[in-house]
Design a protein around this ligand. Sequence first.
Ligand code: COA
Length: 166
Amino acid sequence: MKKTAIYPGTFDPITYGHLDIITRAIKIFDNIIIAVSSDNLNKKTIFSLKERIKLTQLATANIHNIKKIVGFNDLLANLAKKENTNILIRGVRTIFDFDYEIKLAAINKQIYPELDSIFLLSSQETSFISSSFVKEIAKYKGNVKPYLPKEIHLALLKKFQKTNIL
Ligand code: COA
């Protein structure tokens, strides 16, 4: 039976950090579902859910074995169950990420006991990237090229030209 894993995130926007995790996860599992979360209580996004899905599609267009990219407005554990997968992938950059991830994994397991979280350590080159840093640099017209695929870079610049966000 094929092993499908789910990789969730807010992806506001998707960065080389996320792509590092996706390309490595694909070598371990047969295919991956990328799950793009709707706005949550703690995060106000600059891209709409529809935009984040579109940008994630663009950034992963050349990666094989992505089963699908879905938007969700539900508990992650419920989505995993609905998608018939019991493997959740999360990237861990630092010890601080890990602390948060342990709690998230425990909550998810309470909701869906068959669900196991697998952690991949970010590669050294991407371990300092975060979507918030990237947005802040872009807002002040700094160079974000090293952190994002070209299409995402352009979309971010356009977003800041049009609006006065953050
Ligand atoms: N490389 C670089 N950056 C990375 C990264 C990596 N490998 N992995 C994560 N990040 C960054 C992201 O860019 C993001 O940066 P930001 O905070 O500056 O925007 C940050 O790390 C964490 O983002 P993300 O991976 O998107 O996780 P999250 O903490 O926003 O959680 C969900 C997203 C979807 C997992 C979570 O909100 C969720 O499960 N929501 C559904 C509701 C639910 O079930 N909640 C749990 C039970 S209460």
